[in-house]
Design a protein around this ligand. Structure first.
Ligand code: WTA
Length: 652
């Protein structure tokens, strides 16, 4: 592992928000006096009713001493505020004509610049339109949109009236969309006629129509016209977004929300069962998203900030929309893909708008690195001053290329570790304060108390390796699984009672730096997208020819991890290549293209214990092509199965 150290560039330290000693002092204070620290930090927002000093933090992670099952997390809980007012109204005076959203379409000829004043007007109108459609505080609103400004408008309009948005990534299938609509009981879906990616259309409205066959509770569909493509339109149920906006009153008073009123639900994959509705609330989430955005990205008023995520993922929520807009920043939203019209698109866009801060995922960096340096060097990128990475561990080669070729050795890289559940970045360099080591997310943000524990939960000290837990709460933490608090407690607080279990493994080095080593549960990370192996398995076994399936991750050069599926067919079915293709298409249809298996191995049998439990450890080793180190196989019911699996392994 690389032990190179990149000190804070002198020029950067001089102007940065916080330097090394500032970081140490603030970090210490944040752990010694969390309520005092966050009471102060919370004042970065405009509150309608300010929180009282004794209502800043009210948290129990359960565990020894707590009433059994008592896990509750509340921050600023007697305060009221409005998220949209914090992201829009309060900027109108100082920054009304500043660009809030810079939008770059899939086609380089399409772009828009929307000022804070314009965004405020559009959000106010759409908030009124939602009210007129009968949407009330606490109602769930499903958003299934491409990367267009209307996605941010819809989010903020929900926040303005206290409705809870649930965004479903536009790459998900009708089935996945339906499951998420039904789980949270939303009666309204906001979508577009079609999305546009790399010049191809994505049939969002048609997908929505299909989903609604399985989600009969939906009474209203709002459709943004993006491409003008032909779609079905059901009178009474379906409404054009532009008609609603044209009719709506432009004045809307933001409705006061309690700090603990829900802001959004975002479904994410876990190690078992269906995706969980991760629930985030209003006050703590926004304080944390805004504060991390400001400090981690060292944001100033004249920055042009670009996060390449999709609003369908948490990174898009916290670091395209809520964090940047709460801070009055200019946030760039990109509809397209990094390789269209060609693989210099990212760098072209950086030059076009003078992007100063650029935040992307290792999988994108790896795929562009493969295209060679020349494409990057056709562009200047002189505006860049800071680079960021998120979603999976960044391998040192990709880090070095990003630093040298993209950033011309001038820009620090913030490798930010966090999760849908954490709401914002937890472990990260602060670019003016913390020296970098390629591949390490470095040190905890203010208020974050990481611990490394062994399998029994013993806290390991010093340089060590184990599982990553967080010992105490921070304001941006998820509050519950929507509609299933018990699952929340079980998933995150039962493995190590009294602590939040991240599901990640990590190493801590002699300097106290954290190195995330990846998931230790049955969650895989494919191109930075989280996927539960159980979800892919249940899609596969739903196929009429499949008897049983087991899915594991394996190292993949571009994607980080690939999806490896072991499939046992029903008796009499032929294990043909055509069937493999059919299974891949089947999974794409059931879940979405991001879940497509990369390798399928037909397996007459799976390695099981005598009690019938699939031994995934063995399947993982074979998928990694490391079958020499299978470990203890003595508990296998039928050791012969393993020999067959090794002989027919697909990753060679
Ligand atoms: C992984 C994305 C290493 C990790 C914000 C985590 C990372 C999961 C990093 C969450 C990073 C995210 N280094 N691993 N900088 N960032 N991860 O919920 O395994 O989509 O648990 O949130 O991604 O993925 P999620």
């Amino acid at each position: 592992m690389s032990q190179d150290i990149y000190p804070v560039p002198a020029g950067f330290a001089a102007g940065a928000r916080i330097d090394a000693s500032g970081y140490e002092a603030a970090y210490r204070r944040s752990l010694e006096d969390p309520a005092g620290f966050w009471a102060e930090a919370g004042r970065r927002l405009d509150w309608i009713t300010p929180y009282s000093p004794d209502a800043v933090k009210d948290v129990s992670f359960g565990g020894p001493g707590a009433a059994s099952g008592d896990v509750h997390i509340r921050w600023f809980h007697d305060g009221t505020l409005n998220v949209a007012a914090n992201c829009l109204d309060r900027h109108l005076g100082p920054r009304g004509d500043k660009v809030a959203i810079l939008w770059e379409g899939d086609n380089p000829a399409d772009s828009r610049a929307i000022t804070y004043r314009q965004l405020h007007a559009e959000v106010s109108r759409f908030a009124n339109a939602l009210l007129a459609l009968g949407v009330q505080k606490g109602d769930r609103v499903t958003i299934y949109l491409p990367m267009i400004p209307e996605a941010a408008v819809a989010m903020l309009a929900c926040a303005r009236i206290g409705a809870i948005h649930s965004i479903v990534f536009g790459g998900f299938s009708p089935d996945s969309l339906a499951g998420r609509i039904v789980d949270c009981g939303s009666k309204i879906v906001i979508t577009a006629d079609e999305g546009l990616r790399a010049g191809k259309t994505v049939p969002l409205k048609a997908n929505t129509d299909k989903a609604l066959d399985q989600a009969p509770g939906v009474e209203t569909v709002v459709v943004v016209r993006r491409t003008g493509g032909k779609i079905g339109f059901q009178e009474g149920r379906d409404h054009w977004y532009h008609d609603l906006i044209a009719k709506a009153d432009p004045v809307n008073e933001p409705a006061p929300q309690n700090a603990e009123d829900p802001l959004f639900i975002l479904y994410t994959s876990g190690s078992t069962g269906k995706p969980k509705g991760v629930l985030h609330t209003t006050g703590g989430y926004l304080v944390y998203a805004a504060m991390t955005h400001e400090y981690v990205f060292d944001v100033r008023d004249d920055d042009i900030y670009w996060c390449t995520a999709d609003v369908g993922w948490v990174t898009g929520h916290s670091y395209i929309v809520y964090g940047p807009l709460a801070n009055g920043a200019t946030t760039l939203m990109f509809e397209g893909v990094p390789t269209y019209p060609d693989a210099s698109r990212f760098w072209q866009v950086i030059d076009k708008y003078g992007v100063t801060i650029f935040y992307t995922a290792p999988t994108a960096i790896r795929s562009l690195m493969r295209e060679g340096e020349a494409l990057v060097k056709t562009t200047s990128r002189a505006s860049l001053r800071l680079l960021g990475s998120v979603g999976e561990p960044i391998n040192p080669e990709a880090w070095a290329w990003y630093h040298k070729v993209v950033g011309d050795e001038r820009c620090p890289i913030v490798d930010t570790w966090w999760q849908t559940e954490t709401g914002g970045i937890l472990i990260t360099p602060l670019p003016g304060a913390i020296a970098l080591k390629p591949g390490s997310a470095t040190l905890p943000f203010f208020g974050i108390a990481p611990q490394v524990v062994d399998a029994e939960g013993k806290v390991l000290e010093g340089a060590t390796e184990g599982n990553l837990v967080i010992a105490d709460s921070w304001p941006g933490q998820m509050r519950s699984v929507y509609g299933d608090h018990e699952r929340f407690v079980q998933t995150y607080f039962s493995t190590y009672p009294g602590k939040y279990f991240t599901g990640d493994g990590c190493r801590r080095d002699e300097d106290g730096y954290y190195w995330i080593t990846g998931r230790v549960d049955d969650v895989i990370n494919v191109s930075g997208h989280r996927m539960g192996t159980a979800e892919v398995e249940s899609a596969l076994v739903a196929h009429p020819k499949v008897a049983e399936a087991a899915v594991v991750g394996y190292p993949h050069d571009l994607k980080g991890q690939g999806i490896y599926a072991y499939v046992t067919l029903n008796a009499g079915e032929d294990p043909t290549d055509a069937l493999k293709k059919d299974l891949v298409a089947w999974v794409r249809r059931e879940i979405g293209p991001i879940a497509s298996p990369d390798l399928i191995q037909f397996a007459p049998g799976l390695p099981k214990t005598r009690s019938g439990k699939i031994m995934r450890r063995i399947l993982r080793k074979i998928a990694e092509n490391e079958f020499g180190a299978l470990g203890d196989t003595s508990t296998l019911a039928d050791p012969g199965v393993v020999t067959d699996l090794i002989e027919n392994r697909q990753n060679r």
